[in-house]
Write a protein that binds this ligand. Structure first.
Ligand code: NAD
Length: 339
């Protein structure tokens, strides 16, 4: 019998839920895992799950099975996949956020390292055909060479969050090498869009402007971010589900593992002040701006080179910031019933 389930961790999260929807629409059966932690407004996670369940009850959709637990719980993880033939694991569950990692290091060790080890062990035990995991643009730290490409050395993280993501890449490489697990690490660049994360700037800006509260503008606005629309991130990740990694003889003579790392970013960094202006224009309201110095752990700019991704899956993100902000704010107003 062919393998007929895809395991998505962090399935109630921003990217995990959107990817799960896409997979179900494509007829895939998905096992979703999420511990539904309260790092941000839980009602958003429940809404995403409701969307997924509604979708999975429709004809032509794949099946959806959800398990609520923390991936640190190794036995529960193993139990959740018993009697299931899993072809692919997409591991998106993690404690996200650069700034939060300064105040709350412990949760990053648990969710991003201990849990990651458990997922690697699972991938090994079930001999998964395709293992994909979320890394982050933050691994580039303060690299000065822009745009960031995957061949750059990323050994100098400036936050614990980034350090855990870089660690994930090296840990995954060792498993890929030892057990020949086709493994793809995806470095996402500041993802935004419908059902986005309330701890991230796009959501905070829109909320505060609408409530006429001030917004914090770090590094006095002198920042560039390669904002990437959620649909583009999902499309790139989705395509990788159908293309397990192979050995990269051409670009990496130091590795004999079926292992790849790709940037998924828009490749068009936007000045923070321009981003705020777009939101102001769309809301027809001016933001009260509180200019502040750069925060610990933050980087001044992110900018993805996506040539490798394009070559691999014939796709790179393309949604313009104008279109993305428009769609995002339309969703926000509808979701929060703002007239
Ligand atoms: N959104 C971005 O801009 C961005 C950028 C770079 C990397 N990433 C990475 O992409 C992945 C998905 O991010 P997101 O934006 O969807 O974040 P998210 O916080 O919305 O989703 C992560 C989900 O994982 C769950 N989770 C966390 N720890 C868990 C654990 N130990 N066990 C089980 N479930 C757990 C959370 O409840 C949450 O629903 C993460 O690995 C994140 O680090 C995101």
């Amino acid at each position: 019998m062919g393998r007929n389930w895809i395991l998505v961790t962090g399935a109630a999260g921003f990217i995990g839920a959107a990817l799960t929807e896409k997979l179900l629409k494509n007829g895939e059966n998905v096992i979703g895992i999420d511990n539904l932690n309260s790092y941000y407004d839980l009602s958003l996670k429940y809404s995403r799950l409701k969307h997924i369940r509604d979708l999975s009850s429709k004809n032509n959709s794949g099946k959806f099975e959800f398990h609520e637990f923390s991936i640190e719980e190794k036995l529960l993880l193993e139990k959740s996949v018993i009697n299931k033939n899993i072809s692919t694991i997409v591991h998106l569950a993690a404690q996200a956020g650069v700034r939060y990692s300064i105040e709350n290091p412990e949760i990053y060790f648990q969710s991003n390292l201990v849990a990651f080890g458990n997922i690697l062990e699972l991938a090994r035990k079930i001999e998964v055909e395709n293992f994909i995991f979320a890394s982050s643009s933050s691994v580039y730290g303060g690299n000065k060479n822009i745009p960031f490409d995957e061949k750059q050395i990323v050994d100098f993280p400036v936050s614990l969050y980034a350090a855990t993501k870089k660690s994930n890449e090296v840990l995954a490489h060792s498993y890929s090498h030892l057990y020949k697990i086709p493994t793809t690490g995806l470095r996402f660049f500041t993802v935004y869009g419908p059902f986005g994360r309330p701890d991230m700037a796009p959501m905070i800006f829109v909320k505060n402007i609408l409530e006429q509260k001030s917004i914090k503008v770090f590094n006095n606005g002198e920042m560039l971010r390669d904002f990437t629309f959620i649909d583009d991130v999902v499309e790139g990740t989705f395509r990788c589900c159908y293309k397990p990694a192979t050995i990269d003889k051409e670009n990496n003579q130091n590795s004999l593992a079926p292992f790849r790392v790709f940037n998924i970013g828009n490749g068009k960094p936007i000045k923070l002040m321009r981003f705020i202006e777009l939101i102001e224009n769309k809301l027809n309201q001016n933001a009260k701006k509180e200019f502040l110095p750069i925060q610990k752990g933050d980087v001044v700019q992110t900018f993805a080179n996506t040539n490798a991704l394009k070559e691999w899956i014939n796709y790179s993100p393309s949604t313009s910031i104008e279109e993305g902000v428009d769609k995002f704010i339309n969703w926000y107003k509808e979701y929060y019933s703002i007239t």
